[in-house]
Design a protein around this ligand. Structure first.
Ligand code: BGC
Length: 754
């Protein structure tokens, strides 16, 4: 059925939802309704037909809660992410759900963003790899993915109105890059537009982002839906390229669309196009109803546990204190979070788990001979009532710590501390937890701290006095088992940080401009987001992007970098050896550094790819990381396009962004002869130009050997003249070369560039 066979009223109605999570059917036209569900790390199974505005406070039906993106991203294992996507698709199909509202791939611009637990990383390559793996896993198994929140939804403060004011380079290189990659490579069925605006234009009405870039440049041919309540002007949104408004508005905006078409204010062809996309989407995603009973929940719980095993990041292990011996000694497990785990964040992604593994239970289960005692130490709002004990829980915890060989202290953020809908205003752990830590350290130095948090928490300065520090993030419903396995060495930790842990919030590159005011947030740090910023400012950090320890050790050797067979990119090969005494997994990161003398400011290093390798003790294996030549490009505001600069790039094989193990030079030729030259270009630009430089030098030498030799010999003159437009240089030199002649030179350069 083509759009023009439907009435105008039907068409307008089709481009907004039916209920909170459903689209409308038009039975006589054979257009089915579809059901969507929130994700991204599990299904949020609310009553999908519930009317918007009808508040459903009943918890969602049970579904497997996998590690949220913050943890999954720390696995650096996209194969696992692919399997999670596939398992989500199976559960979705069992419930009659055709589309998942995820993954979310926004960049963690500030540690304060309340939704950081739902996002993967501060780096676009990392985010794109994970986003792509989830999209493929979902869609290969029949469930559509919705890439969100497009774009630059990097804060919750004023999220429904704020304009993210971003220069073109950071917009392209940081905030759009992951979206571009996932759209081009994994082809999600849908994109969800963000609430916020970019550079003054709200996303749902942003023609440049929704049409010019998304569809025309990147070739996206799927459906664009709004975030829930992101549409301010439905007619303008349709014109800009938004196909589906969610949730519906009780018919109000449908009527506005009809009126606009009738009055000739909205071209009906625009509506037809949205309808055609919606109809295609509905046919792709319609599923028979299901009650979920066919889903293999036990198998999925095991998968959630296996994934969690790979997400835990061992930040520090002096001694080494870990792993603990399960067969002997006494372990004091302290902290309510060990008994009342936090395993996901709040908001639209909150899943009702099918079951929850409690760390304390699993620690007890794994301790074959070691004695395990527990004290809550501090209360949690969603934990049990604190004991009405005159000694006080913290005192009892300190006593237990003093009487035990080792302390495992669970610290972290409570449910109410971080959620969708608001940002945090600091990154400290709760004061009472820090006070407890101090008291425990005073009586026992063998302390392993286990953290549960969705957004980064400050670990300085106390981490230096704690021999072992385990970042458990929010690990999903099976995370309790994973933590116990890591503590006792049944699992060798292998996760690495996908975001920097700063020494202080004030050090973070976005500190001065987050979250903005009066409707605007200026992304003043430009491309220097996350490690790009800490590195450029040469700031010490608590734990660097990419950092994570293991109970074994790895050696790196024989790094080579060569063009790929099809010559579209480069292949970095490095051999990794397990030099310790237990099996383990190493995440190998490949960074590139731009050649010296780059036209624009480039970060010191940028992640280009990564791979993970599992090795038995003594085993070694070659690891391959490929990246595209285009990945080396910066976005030029002058040419309004990507530009690969020629020169020698440094390619690094690294265990973290601050643990570079090997590096190799890579000679790269520029995309073309370089930027166009004119009489207005500076002397520096002329001299740096591969064609223009020699031409000009030759002409200058003919005009005045005196000037050329002074230029060659006088570094101060060179520096001063560097920034002077050529026409002015020529004038300063007494009309040495006429303007006409300069124009001819520029013309010759243009001809040489073809
Ligand atoms: C969130 C989206 C979510 C949607 C539907 C919005 O508030 O930003 O991520 O998919 O609600 O629940």
């Amino acid at each position: 059925m083509a759009a023009h066979d439907l009435t105008l009223t039907d068409k307008a109605a089709l481009t907004s939802g039916l209920g909170q999570m459903t689209t409308k059917a038009i039975e006589h036209a054979g257009i089915p309704s579809i059901t969507m569900s929130d994700g991204p790390h599990g299904l949020r199974l609310q009553r999908p037909d519930r009317e918007p505005g009808q508040l459903d406070l009943s918890p969602a039906a049970p579904a497997t809660c996998y590690p949220p993106a913050v943890a999954l991203g720390s696995s650096w294992d996209i194969e696992l992410a692919h399997r999670v996507g596939a398992a989500l698709a199976v559960e979705a199909a069992a419930h009659g759900i055709g589309v998942l509202l995820g993954p979310g791939i926004n960049i963690k611009r500030s540690p304060l963003c309340g939704r950081n637990f739902e996002y993967f990383s501060e780096d676009p390559t990392h985010s794109a790899e994970f986003g792509g793996a989830l999209v493929r896993g979902l869609q290969e198994h029949g469930t559509g993915a919705t890439l969100k929140h497009y774009a630059a939804n990097n804060q919750e403060t004023d999220r429904m109105r704020v304009s993210a004011d971003i220069d073109e380079r950071p917009l392209r290189e940081i905030y759009l890059r992951a979206f571009e990659r996932v759209i081009r490579r994994a082809r999600p069925w849908a994109v969800m537009c963000a609430y916020n605006g970019v550079n003054g234009v709200t996303l749902s009405e942003n023609t440049r982002l929704l049409t010019d870039i998304l569809r025309t440049e990147w070739g996206f041919d799927g459906l664009v839906m709004s975030d829930w309540g992101a549409v301010r002007d439905r007619v303008a949104a349709l014109r800009a390229g938004l196909d589906l408004e969610m949730p519906p508005t009780g018919g109000r905006t449908d009527r506005e669309v009809v009126a606009a078409v009738t009055a000739g204010e909205l071209d009906e062809a625009v509506l037809d196009q949205a309808v055609e996309r919606l109809v295609h989407f509905a046919h792709l995603a319609a599923r028979p109803a299901g009650d979920g009973s066919t889903a293999p929940y036990d198998e999925h719980h095991r998968l959630a546990g296996e994934v969690a095993d790979n997400c835990v990041v061992l930040l520090r292990n002096e001694g080494p204190l870990l792993p603990l011996d399960p067969a002997s000694g006494s372990v004091a497990v302290i902290g309510e979070l060990a008994r009342t785990p936090r395993f996901q964040g709040g908001g639209s992604s909150q899943v009702t788990p099918t079951r929850v593994d409690v760390p304390l239970d699993h620690i007890r289960e794994l301790a074959t001979g070691a004695r395990v005692d527990f004290e809550p130490g501090y209360p949690l709002a969603d934990g049990p009532e604190p004991d009405a004990d005159p000694v006080g829980a913290a005192d009892r915890a300190v006593r237990l710590a003093a009487a035990s060989d080792t302390v495992v202290l669970f610290l972290g953020l409570a449910q109410q501390d971080e959620s969708e809908g608001f940002d945090r205003d600091h990154i400290d752990l709760p004061a009472e937890q820090l006070a407890l830590l101090e008291r425990i350290l005073a009586v026992n130095s063998r302390v392993a701290v286990v953290l549960s948090n969705g957004g980064v928490v400050r670990t300085a300065p106390w981490h230096e006095r704690v021999p072992a520090l385990v970042e458990g993030w929010l690990l999903g419903q099976a995370g309790g088992g994973a933590l116990a396995r890591v503590l006792f060495g049944a699992v060798n930790p292998s996760g690495k940080l996908a975001e920097t842990i700063p020494l202080r919030l004030e050090d973070s590159p976005s500190f001065l401009t987050f979250p903005g005011a009066e409707g605007h947030v200026r992304y003043g740090e430009g491309v220097f987001v996350g490690y790009r910023g800490y590195d450029a400012a040469r700031r010490e950090v608590a734990f660097a992007f990419g950092h994570g320890l293991s109970y074994t050790t790895f050696a790196y050797r024989d790094l080579t970098v060569a063009p790929t067979a099809d010559d579209t990119g480069f292949a970095a090969r490095v051999t990794i050896a397990n030099t310790g005494d237990r099996a383990g997994r190493e995440v190998v990161q490949v960074y590139s550094s731009a050649p010296a003398g780059s036209t624009v400011e480039r970060p010191i290093r940028e992640l280009r790819g990564f791979a993970s390798v599992r090795l038995e003790p003594g085993e070694s294996r070659e690891v391959l990381v490929e990246f595209d030549r285009a990945d080396l490009a910066y976005y030029s505001v002058r040419t309004d396009g990507w530009q690969v600069e020629g020169g020698t790039y440094r390619i690094e094989a690294a265990a973290s962004s601050r643990d570079i193990r090997l590096s190799a030079d890579l000679a790269v030729t520029a995309d073309d002869a370089g930027a166009e030259l004119s009489v207005h270009s500076t002397l520096g630009e002329w001299l740096a130009h591969p064609v223009g430089g020699p031409l000009l030098l030759e002409r200058l030498a003919r005009a005045s050997s005196d000037l050329t030799s002074r230029l060659a010999e006088d570094p101060m003159l060179q520096r001063a003249a560097h920034n002077v437009p050529l026409e002015v240089v020529a004038d300063f030199a007494g009309g040495l070369i006429g303007r006409d002649e300069l124009a001819v030179l520029a013309e010759r350069v243009a001809q040489a560039a073809g």
